[in-house]
Ligand binder design. Structure first.
Ligand SMILES: Cc1cc2nc3c(=O)[nH]c(=O)nc-3n(C[C@H](O)[C@H](O)[C@H](O)COP(=O)(O)OP(=O)(O)OC[C@H]3O[C@@H](n4cnc5c(N)ncnc54)[C@H](O)[C@@H]3O)c2cc1C
Ligand code: SF4
Length: 505
């Protein structure tokens, strides 16, 4: 694409500017105005023309000069508004100050005081709604895109530490003899495992799938979050002594009552002192319109799980290879819809359309994901929604009837609501439909566990310490919040671990 700058070119440009800034600093002459005049550092990315054909990561990460230059944009505000915007209160100005000095290891250490998964969060957190939304620089320049690129800097520090073999495994206190079962290995479960293992407790993670990592592994695609990064975090837990048991479906393979039963003699299923439930929100929502059960109509969950976890893109080797689509229609406007659409492109679909009831302004997806999808050639059909799906004589989807919408008054979410245009239905051809309308809680554990309280939407109810209605049983992440974010799941994991450590002290 015209104007595409390589990682090396961007870093070389940054090196030149950085030299001037460091000279000014050495002479004690740098002002806040000069800092604010440093251009925000562009994230190097794969060329859009090439990346739609591979599953490798799109954003390539800052080089050292870019990271140091971006760090120099930080004003080191005394009131630290960015920290207030971070759900786990990472000491942001402090880690950025270490990057300014070029001490990348020290920067990573500071981040890890409060964030267990900085390489993940630096890539997938909605920083534009959190820390960066509060950044003084962005406010001064009246443009959120001009805020200090905190997420990119977090990613740089964490990647630098891992790539340079500098990761230190947290120290573990002497064994307490207490046992904890962590059900689910998403960000909530991994956080609880790390924080309780540090205290010397024996932790076993029980995971339903054959690979640990939760949505970070089977939902968020490789081109946004390389799986090797999640695996490295899981490996670190194993080095701390955490046992990881896969293919264990709690509620079926073993029950919560059984786990807390001290008289049972199966060490995997019995004899734990506390249980944490972090099973996420894995139940996809559907439209509920006719034809939704046709072959070729599937949830984004199924599509992404087959692509990510079962490597369906490898038609030669995959046990369940994916149908090679001609026209794929993705229904929805969130991050999951963007991931599914961009994955469909990489799986060889000739055309990929996103069908959304409102317009770009109301889309819940991150702005960066939408522009990446647009750059890659994904077509956005706004202000329409399916009424029914049509099939051939053999039960395979051939298209759908779409109804047009216009924007009305704002609804409870504050976004303008979609209003159907009467009589505007028309037919639309496609051979694959991916429904990406979000997820709800998986009801299995609430149904199989007596006296475990869940609300109407199946979310497990907890108190301020993440304790459920059952003694010794805690829960956190999407199973409590509904489909939320990695950092919020980790925050809940932190709170639950603190309560479990207190209980077992
Ligand atoms: C496609 C997609 C893209 C997303 N993109 C982003 C993003 O860019 N940024 C962001 O912050 N968030 C994103 N999210 C949301 C984020 O991934 C979740 O909020 C987060 O992973 C929730 O963490 P968790 O630990 O609660 O659960 P999960 O990550 O869902 O992990 C739960 C684990 O529990 C296991 N499990 C379920 N039931 C059982 C059982 N009965 N027994 C044993 N194990 C069980 C599951 O297999 C899974 O491994 C995305 C979600 C999806 C689906
Ligand atoms: S608000 Fe922005 S400029 Fe101020 S300390 Fe935080 S990152 Fe730096």
């Amino acid at each position: 694409m015209a104007g595409h700058k390589t990682q090396m070119l961007l870093d070389t440009e940054a090196e030149r500017l950085l030299k001037d800034i460091l000279e000014k600093k050495a002479a004690g002459r740098i002002t806040a105005k000069e800092r604010s005049a440093i251009p925000v550092q562009e994230m190097p990315a794969q060329d859009p023309a090439a990346r739609g054909k591979n599953v490798s990561e799109v954003a390539l990460g800052y080089g050292e000069a870019q990271a140091r230059l971006e760090a120099e944009r930080c004003l080191g505000c005394k009131n630290q508004p960015c920290v207030t915007g971070c759900p786990v209160a990472v000491p942001i100005p402090q880690f950025i100050a270490e990057l300014q000095k070029g001490d990348f290891k020290a920067a990573a250490n500071i981040i890890k005081e409060t964030n267990l998964l900085p390489s993940v969060c630096g890539r997938v957190c909605p920083q534009e709604k959190q820390c960066q939304a509060e950044c003084t620089l962005g406010k001064m320049l009246k443009d959120i895109d001009q805020a200090v690129a905190i997420g990119r800097l977090e990613r740089f520090a964490a990647d630098w530490e891992r790539d340079n073999g500098q990761v230190t495994i947290p120290a573990v206190k002497p064994a307490t003899g207490k046992r904890i079962a962590v059900i689910g290995s998403g960000p909530a479960g991994l956080t609880v495992a790390a924080d309780t293992a540090r205290e010397g407790h024996a932790v076993t993670i029980l995971e339903a799938f054959h690979k640990p990592g939760g949505v970070m592994v089977y939902g968020i695609p490789e081109f946004r979050l390389p799986k090797a990064i999640v695996q490295a975090e899981v490996d670190n837990l194993a080095k701390m002594g955490v046992t990881i048991e896969t293919n264990f479906l709690a509620g079926r393979t073993g029950t919560i009552a059984g786990m807390l039963d001290k008289s049972g003699n199966d060490p995997l299923r019995n004899g734990y002192d506390a249980v944490f439930i972090g099973v996420g929100a894995g139940l996809p929502k559907f439209l509920g319109c006719p034809g939704e059960n046709l072959v070729g109509v599937m949830s984004a969950n199924e599509y992404l799980t087959r692509a990510n976890l079962m490597k369906a893109y490898d038609a030669e080797k995959a046990a369940t290879p994916m149908y090679r689509s001609k026209i794929t229609a993705v229904i929805g406007g969130g991050n999951v819809a963007m991931d599914a659409a961009r994955m469909a492109l990489r799986l060889g679909s000739q055309e990929v359309h996103v069908i959304y009831r409102r317009t770009r302004d109301e889309m819940p997806a991150r702005a960066e994901e939408v522009s990446h999808a647009m750059e890659e050639g994904i077509v956005f059909d706004f202000l329409r929604n399916p009424v029914r799906f049509t099939g051939d004589g053999e039960g395979r989807v051939t298209g759908m009837e779409l109804l047009k919408y216009e924007l009305g008054e704002p609804d409870d979410s504050g976004r303008r609501s979609p209003v159907a245009v009467k009589g505007s239905e028309y037919m639309y051809n496609c051979d694959t439909v991916i429904v990406a309308l979000g997820n709800e809680s998986n009801p299995l554990l609430a149904r199989t566990t007596e006296n475990l309280t869940a609300d109407k939407r199946g979310r497990i109810v907890v108190d301020e310490t993440q304790k459920t209605s059952l003694d010794r049983v805690y829960a956190g992440g999407d199973i409590v919040l509904g489909a939320a974010t990695v950092i919020l799941a980790m925050g809940e994991g932190r709170r639950a671990a603190a309560a479990i450590n207190k209980l077992l002290a």
